[in-house]
Design a protein around this ligand. Sequence first.
Ligand code: SF4
Length: 264
Amino acid sequence: MKLLLHACCGPCSLEPTRILRAAGHDLAIYYANSNIAPADEHARRLATLRAWADGEGLPVIEGPYDPATWEACAGRVGAAALAAIGDDALRSATEPSAREARCRACYRLRLSETARTAAELGFDGVGTTLSVSPYQFTEVIGEELERAAANAGVRAVFEDFRPFYDEAVRRSRALGMYRQNYCGCRFSEAEAEAERKARKAARAAERAAEAEARAAERAAAEAERAARRAERAAYDAKQAKKRAVLKTLRERRREGEDEARGDA
Ligand code: SF4
């Protein structure tokens, strides 16, 4: 099938393109990611994708970069969710239900653009690399891909690529690819930063608890050694006292014997 594959970045494209090509699909990549902020991050991910795809002989079609449109749909949903739960990046980071509606709107925008373009350019079907990430809402991606494809009149080719995520990480590292540390939007950047801070704080708390436990162990061992030293000192003192009494007794007996010999 002539397939237009939406791609979010280079690393996430490695395994889906390998699998879809092996299945016989004729692929072109569509980079439509108005979610990515800031603009130089968008450009950096595209450059990484292009550099790799050129070597693979995969055409890359660049979609529009329109952050204002993204803000008007997914950004608005994300801001409303934050307002509902409190403007706290950490709580948002740990609250998947607050993210799901925003991510659904984000997938909808990008996959609809991809499906429309697929129809305009004569592709038979549309797919996405988004489902390689275990950090995404896989079912929602599948639903939105189906929806976008049906609206555009092309076929949806959805696959859960998550089992290949580790291999994608390994290959992208081996290739020296740029690997971003957040999904793409401004919310995800704040959430990723909050999660990193929370993990750092948890590790610091764990190290402090371990140090405290080691110090308590050392103190208990030292107390035990001190108790043994005191016990030993008490025993030595008792023995010394016993020896002194015996010595006194022996001296008295000798004196008694001397006196007895003098009398005789
Ligand atoms: S976290 Fe990722 S998928 Fe979700 S809204 Fe942000 S950029 Fe889109």
